[in-house]
Ligand binder design. Structure first.
Ligand SMILES: [Zn+2]
Length: 458
């Protein structure tokens, strides 16, 4: 089936739930939506357990068909892109039951009467305690996704019970990943990474895993254009302690989706939309192309899955400066600059040396430039930074402010560095230090490196 993917994104975006486009979703942010769905005649709502801190774990069930799908999001508390997407998904499903929603009934979006084919269980936030503190772990400090066998977390037990009780054919395990994954050999970040998890260390293929690969292959075709090809497959090394792998070992077709970075999209609304498209397309694909998932199928699609580029960790950065020379040109090195973690407000020197295996959002060839460390500018009086005064300070060799940051009024909107925690004061750079310095050519400071950007000074 052919579909216009751009219009699919556009059509579905109209059904997104309002006011949940936060970088970090917490239970309170989705409270209103939970309350609305709780009372909805087409939705069965249950509290399936409580977190370690006694917050409710919610599950919604829609439809009554024979194909059972169970999905959960945010078992890592700081990974909330898909929590918004599953609520959007519920909104699409419920909206499609209104006859007036002809946009959703076009064959390229969502078929009518999906509820006769599917029973869909959705747990939209499995780790509300982690969410509360913007942490990956639950309130015990345990990683719920490494608790599939030990079952020492209340949340892990709830997920385990949900799978046992609902006995899905398809399971969707929804996460976020760091922004610094590179999409195979391409100079692109990864916006969506998929995995059909292995169910044993030999990474064998059984019917259920091939089905998951086939579904991923079909979904990824629907996303390629809109995501600029920034789709990868996650490493499939068997992870015995993880839920996805253990659920796959029960013979359930398991699909892991990792939301990632898209240029200039800090709150991951592009990945959220991609999740929504992926979920809606999954229903269409499973309903309309059931032959693909037949026991006797030829499985041509796992080839498409196998051909997805690898999701390569820590090989993407915000700024990649190549061939930068150091003091008296005794040597040169590439410099990769990025945040240490997704939620940080600081940019650091992440790596140095021959970084030909890196790619960056901004790449600059500094073959003709020498590095110069910046000096500290002491703030002890009110300081208004308009563009001219700030650039003058930079041109004079200062890259960062120390002292009373509250005295600075930055009216120019350019990035500034205040009181860097880890600083270097010689001509070398070192990993982990704040990235701020100059690119100098013929004795003139032409660019300042500030917060993962290059500011032109001349
Ligand atoms: Zn995760």
């Amino acid at each position: 089936m052919k579909s216009n993917t751009a219009s699919l994104f556009q059509v579905l975006n109209e059904y997104r739930v309002k006011n949940i486009d936060h970088l970090q979703l917490k239970l309170e942010h989705i409270h209103n939506e939970i309350e609305r769905l709780r009372d909805h005649a087409e939705v069965k709502h249950r509290v399936i357990g409580t977190s370690f801190l006694k917050q409710d774990l919610h599950c919604f069930t829609l439809g009554h068909g024979p194909i059972v799908i169970t999905m959960w999001s945010q078992m890592h508390g700081d990974e909330s892109s898909a929590s918004a997407a599953v609520l959007d998904f519920i909104n699409v499903l419920l909206s499609s039951k209104q006859a007036s929603e002809t946009k959703l009934h076009s064959s390229s979006v969502l078929f009518q009467n999906w509820e006769d084919k599917f029973t869909i269980h959705i747990a939209p936030m499995l780790n509300p305690d982690g969410a509360k503190f913007s942490k990956r772990y639950n309130a015990q400090g345990l990683d719920i996704n490494r608790d599939a066998l030990a079952l020492q977390t209340p949340e892990g037990n709830v997920l385990n019970a949900l799978i046992e009780e609902t006995k899905p054919q398809y399971a969707f395990n929804l996460h976020d990943q760091d922004p610094y994954y590179r999409c195979g050999a391409q100079a692109k970040p990864v916006t969506i990474a998929f995995l059909a998890p292995a169910y044993n260390p030999q990474k064998e293929l059984n019917h259920a895993r091939q089905n998951a690969m086939t579904l991923i292959a079909e979904i990824s075709k629907s996303l390629q254009e809109e995501l600029n090809g920034q789709i990868a497959k996650y490493d499939d090394t068997f992870s015995e302690r993880s839920f996805g792998d253990q659920i796959a070992a029960k013979g359930i077709s398991t699909i892991l989706i990792e939301s990632g970075y898209f240029v200039a999209d800090e709150t991951r609304q592009v990945a959220r939309s991609a999740n929504l498209v992926a979920l809606v397309r999954s229903l269409s694909i499973l309903a309309e192309q059931s032959a693909l998932f037949d026991d006797k199928g030829e499985y041509s699609e796992p080839r498409v899955y196998a051909d997805l580029p690898l999701n390569i960790e820590n090989k993407w950065c915000d700024l990649l400066i190549k061939n930068l020379h150091f003091k008296e040109q005794h040597y040169s090195a590439d410099v990769a600059i990025r945040k240490p973690a997704r939620y940080s407000n600081e940019w650091i020197i992440y790596d140095l040396g021959d970084l030909r295996d890196f790619a960056g959002e901004i790449e600059f060839d500094a073959e003709q430039y020498v590095y110069e460390a910046g000096q500290s500018f002491l703030v002890d009086d009110k300081l208004v930074l308009d563009e001219e005064s700030y650039l003058t300070i930079l041109r004079d060799g200062y890259t960062h402010f120390v002292g009373e940051a509250s005295l600075i009024n930055n009216v120019c909107g350019l990035p500034i560095v205040n009181n860097p925690k880890i600083w270097h004061d010689d001509f070398k750079l070192s990993r982990g230090t704040v990235a701020a310095g100059f690119l100098v050519r013929n004795g003139i400071r032409e660019f300042a490196i500030i917060n993962g950007r290059l500011l032109k000074l001349s």
